[in-house]
Design a protein around this ligand. Structure first.
Ligand SMILES: [Zn+2]
Length: 401
């Protein structure tokens, strides 16, 4: 174990330089810029370390916001001993807002912090997963590893052109899968909440605004519907609390109505009103039941229901070998492991539900709270600790067999 930790320390400059190099390619999604450039660059890195590399292009139709731009997936394979460990990260980053004080694509290192879009979520994960394996090799181990870098995690989708498509193609192989999303060097992620994003339209009947009794007012129907949910469903949701820590801190089942539109002019009784909603489910809740609860008050009211995205909650057992291996690794670092699920959703959903690999977890060096924000950054200390944690996790998995 000592040799592994020392090897990560020796590789510190290589680790920082690799992260900076990855941040400097602006893989902004949507629409998915510079994907080919990024994948070619990272492929060269893996080739340099002796991996057998493959690039697989997903059909552009799987990226509705992708403007027809290419969707390459990179896989690097390193044959070795022990269980096949698949290390995965998404390389797309969310767009940049206006309030940055640093160059979002500069990869600037200042005072022990590395700045840039993707520094936390999650090019730090990609850099860590590559250097962790190099540290193991330096320490004399010969791990059996696949590395994958995929697009389009940030734009979700029931299907997607990254991990979702790799799984559909049978290209995700591994006895254990580790996704290096930012949960912090002490965060062991065993799942995420479920979600439904959707749109509900209530229909009424138009009439002159001076004679509302001749019409059916869709805006008023919607108001009553929302009030009913508030009175009847919301108190139930508030009693549903998961036992697991959730990052960011939000252990409840939630429902939020985020946009509303209805009506044409003040002299016309509106014949339709549309809301969009965002429902988040804790593990143990079910998508179909959530849909039923949401639509029950609309019985007998003419309406339309349309989903933009849904995913079941994801949760793997703490007894899974990779979870045990990660917990031990975090303890070896002198940290207390935090068993977490994510309040959002991530590519683990495809690994668990579609590929059926429950021996999977999320462990990566960045901090969730520093993701998607202005001046996104990672501390060099977290980057190194997270890389050590990953290397030790793989070593523990090799030892267990
Ligand atoms: Zn991410």
């Amino acid at each position: 174990m000592k040799a592994i930790l020392a090897a990560v320390d020796e590789l510190q400059d290589e680790l920082i330089t690799l992260l900076q190099r990855l941040i400097r390619i602006p893989t902004v999604n949507p629409p998915g810029e510079a994907y080919e450039e990024f994948v070619a660059d990272l492929r060269a890195v893996l080739d340099g370390y002796g991996y057998a590399t493959e690039v697989h292009h997903a059909p552009t139709e799987l990226a509705p916001l992708g403007q027809g731009l290419p969707r390459p997936n990179l896989i690097g394979k390193l044959a070795g001993d022990g269980p096949l460990v698949h290390l995965n990260g998404h390389y797309d980053v969310v767009p940049v807002g206006n309030d940055w004080t640093r160059d979002p694509f500069g990869g600037e290192l200042h005072d022990g912090h590395i700045y840039g879009r993707g520094s936390a979520d999650m090019k730090s994960g990609l850099a860590a997963q590559i250097i962790a394996v190099e540290a193991l090799r330096r320490a004399g181990l010969n791990p059996n590893v696949h590395q994958s870098a995929v697009p389009d995690e940030e734009t979700v989708g029931v299907r997607n052109a990254g991990m979702g498509w790799l799984v559909e193609q049978g290209l995700l192989e591994g006895d254990a899968v580790i996704i290096t999303e930012p949960f912090g060097p002490d965060g062991v992620g065993i799942g995420h909440k479920g979600a439904i994003w959707g749109e509900i339209t209530i229909f009424g009947k138009q009439a002159h605004g001076s004679a509302p009794q001749l019409g059916v007012n869709a805006v008023e129907l919607m108001a009553r519907y929302l009030a009913t949910l508030d009175r009847e469903l919301r108190p139930q949701l508030e009693t549903r609390i998961t036992d697991y820590g959730v990052t960011p801190d939000n252990q409840r089942s939630t429902l939020s109505f985020d946009t509303i539109r209805g009506g044409h002019a003040t002299n016309i009784v509106p014949d339709r009103c549309t809301v969009t909603f965002n429902r988040r489910l804790i593990p143990g809740e079910d998508l179909d039941e959530a849909r039923r609860e949401l639509l029950a008050p609309l019985d007998g009211i003419k309406h339309d229901y349309h989903e933009l995205y849904s995913t079941q909650p994801t949760l793997v057992s703490e007894d899974e070998p990779v979870v045990q291996a990660a917990k031990r690794a975090v303890k070896t670092l002198g940290l207390q492991p935090r068993i977490l699920i994510s309040a959002g959703s991530d590519d683990q959903r495809f690994v668990v539900h579609n590929a059926g690999i429950t021996n999977s977890l999320v462990y990566g060096p960045g901090q969730t709270g520093l993701s998607h924000i202005a001046d996104e950054h990672i501390t060099v200390q977290d980057l190194i600790l997270g890389t050590k944690g990953l290397a030790l996790t793989i070593a523990n998995l090799m030892e267990a067999t």
